[in-house]
Design a protein around this ligand. Sequence first.
Ligand SMILES: [Zn+2]
Ligand SMILES: [Zn+2]
Length: 338
Amino acid sequence: MNPSFSSYLVNDVFGDPGLYVEVRWSRRALLFDLGHNDGLGPTRLLKAGEIFISHTHMDHFIGFDTLLRVALGRGKTLTLFGPPGLIDNVQGKLRGYTWNLVDGYPLTIIVREFHEREVRQAAFRASDGFQPSMRATVSIPHGDGPLFTILEDPMFTVKTVALNHRIPSLAYSLEEQFHINVNKQKLHEAGLRVGAWLTDVKQHIWQGQPDDFRFTVALYDEHRREDREFVLGEVKERFLTISRGQKIAYVVDVRYDEENEAKIIALAHGADIFYCEAPYLDCDAEKARDRYHLTARQAGLMARKAHVRDLVVFHFSPRYTGQGEALEREAMDAFHGD
Ligand SMILES: [Zn+2]
Ligand SMILES: [Zn+2]
């Protein structure tokens, strides 16, 4: 299977937390948290249009400035999703600079705050000197149990759950609606080539077009172009396999207690990759609890209970510098039940 999401941590396991997810086929990326992120560089930062913030402790939000700086002169809309208070935090950041020469800039920043019973939204436009506009309650979140769906795309869904970190810390899951695999052998046998036209086919499926939907694509053989009509259902039947989509979960900055654990397991259930913080060793569980963080063992136990396929632990406390392997081992032992 050729995965649609390619995900990796923004920094090393002792650095600021953050997850970068490239969405293949669509030239888009999603970014989870805005800690220090200079290492991503402008090209990758600019690909990220939707950014999901767990909370605005400094190690999760200091990278807002870097993103703002690369996006400033671009005709771009950035949408930030996050916990209550995010609108004020973004406004505070924007107020930290002088904006008298940006009126020609087409950048818009939309911020959506998820409260228990409502979603609040504000927009900040460079052309208005980033004065907030459209400050409004936009909707009631819809969800199942403690999980809320916050972004529904033809290709994927993002859900969130509010965890207790003494303040709300939002955890996220990203789920591909379904996965489309192309059978290259069968294409070949039918005298067709792999190419951009398959991206069109995928778009039609993601957009929910019916099986009798007809579309025309340009096929190239050497330098010859041929326009050919297909029926979506036939293409599916002959060349594609549609299977369960990929799932990624991202959990940071949370205390280990029953309620948080139940929410995390519901969110991460069956994930292909579970990115989970593991700042402390279990011998320091009391310290972890006082600081509203997890231990590596707790991360591993939850990964096990959530039946995830793969666990990646990170956000290690600097107190364990040089002992990264011990944290990793403790988490993996608990995950595998050793
Ligand atoms: Zn925190
Ligand atoms: Zn943190």
